[in-house]
Design a protein. Sequence first.
Length: 716
Amino acid sequence: MYSFTLKLRAAAFAALAVIITVEPRSILGEEAGAAASKAEPLSLVVMDPLAAPLSCPCVAGYAQRKYEVLAEEFEKTLGRPVVLTFSESLTKALQKEGCTTAHVIIGKDSVVRADAKTHKFKVTPVAQLSGLDGKTTQTGMIVVPANDPAKSIADLKGYKIIFGPTYCSEKSAAARKLLESAGVEIPPLDEAEVSAACSDGALKILEWGDDVRGATVISSYAAPLLEGCGTIKKGDLRVIAETEPVPFITAFVTNKVAKPERKAIRKLLHASGENQKLKTALESLIGFIPLEEDYPHRKAAKKQAESAAAQERTDAADGGEEKKAAAAWPGWRGPNRDGRCPELPARLADAPQFVWRQPLGRSGLGGIAADEKYVVVGDRDPTNTFDVWRCYSAADGAELWTRQYPAPGKLDYDNMPRATPQIAGEFVYVHGAFGDLRCIDLAAGVPLWQMNIRTEFGASDELIWGTCASPLVVGDKVIINPGAPEASIVALDAYTGKPVWQAPGGIHAFASPIVAELGGVSQLIAYDRRTLGGFDIDSGRRLWTLTPPIEGDFNVPTPVVVDGKLLLVSENNGARLHKFNDDGTIVEEPVAVNRNLRPDMSTPTAVGRRVFCVWNKLFCLDAAKGLEPVWIGKDRSLHDYAPIIASDDRLLVLGKGGELLLIDAKADQFRIISRMRVFDNPTDREAEPFAHPALVGSKLYLRGELELACIDLATK
């Protein structure tokens, strides 16, 4: 129970709207400020009732949020002047001189949404502000006079109840839901008594006294203020119930903001947790954070983001050459985990055309993820006890950020991360060899959530080669394989890391999962140590299980889709091609087998019905003719393992010593079109390249023994 005195200066602040223009020169310096002053001002409208101009200093250190500090951060980041407007409503803000539109709106979630709808602003939530307690929510409190006989919400039957306006969800919708669940009869919305200010409702029920049994709903965020203000005696009111939490302060961008600036705004807000000055100014424990798992409008927000991303892809597709420049290699074996790319050069240059080179700490196993802006790769510190994730500028190789964390232990083949990072939108998911999984804001380098998947889900098997599977992002889920008895494969919420589902099974395998449509059913394909399974993506329900006839496979190569069938390769069972039934289940007896292709690491790549895979030689098999060889090629650079990137007519194979082979994929015999040695030093010359390269447009990102290099494959 709460006891507090009530006094709100709502009447005084109801009409208040303050406009502050942040001076560019004071933030950016004379030259940058002059340039910024020419840009259209960013309109930041603050409707947060705990902002200093919208509240009163009744309680020390509370309800005095200084958004001027945030406006300065926007000014620095965006390079344009900021008009900061404080107002209790968007309507009143837009009536003020200097505030002609709204680009960013920060305020009570339900109030901003209602006002935006009135003014036909399309708003997208980008972050929630945490309070001093770390929470991003508020509740509605149902209060009665202290001497009222009601002890619980059920006792309010027959009471006259004062609600808040419908746009205040904590005082209207949430409160009505709570009362209805307790069997309390309440009037229809259009007949209910409403008080806009918490103080008005509180004063009314006190004035009614014993003549009318009454209760009112107030906002939880107001409680500290109400105790500090004075006209109602302390102990006059008592809280008998609280609603479920509802979102409190949310930051929205409107449709008036260009896409690049939306990303910059989101990045700035999500990084606020590392800005102590900003957190202090906003009276916040951890600053603005991404939308939480229980955010009611989260699905709609994600749908908006996905729609925007789809539109960006459409725009890129309309650009011809721009499409190639904007292509990405976001994770393991490219966009579709199949090793395919739109185009490879007609031939390789005589010598590599280096765009940039960067040193790395240790020889690496994990692959490279890249898009048109960022390149991400895993590394280790000099003591070999910390995972280190590095992000570079794709344009010039400048190191943009590094993130490291303790990951002690000892594994066969060193302790380096094996998994390839997975870029998904504005985030990158990284997975270390000891089970550490993190979601990192790609632009800011700020971790959004983290866990050790083995500890989290209770995996207890001995780590010998480490956790190897590359995270797979499917919609709003991250798929990973802890290998625990009740959580062999799990799906995590991509935005929070919270478990969505977990599927029981065996200990973890080393292959990365894929998503494919087989037998007309879109499904997740994933290994455990002994079996392969198909899983429903939404629920994790196992659709089928395939156990190979010969035990003991390491299950390192990734499954590959070939002409609607599934190709599997392993060291004990060879290459097998499986059909699927119409219900999406696998036919256990393979339709084709090749016992001679038996790689323990290399994953095949399919071009049409041809299958290419390196295992000491380069195999070209015909899937339409029972996996019979078309040709088998030998070369000095081909050993146990080599990654392959394929276009419709050529293969790019990274062989021993960092030597690239460009091979004709359509020829009826093994034909090397051209070759190029990328790294030519004693350290690299005999090394086998275990890290899969990334290809974005004509830029190839390769990992040598102790360096990361970008070369341009475009011939001049």
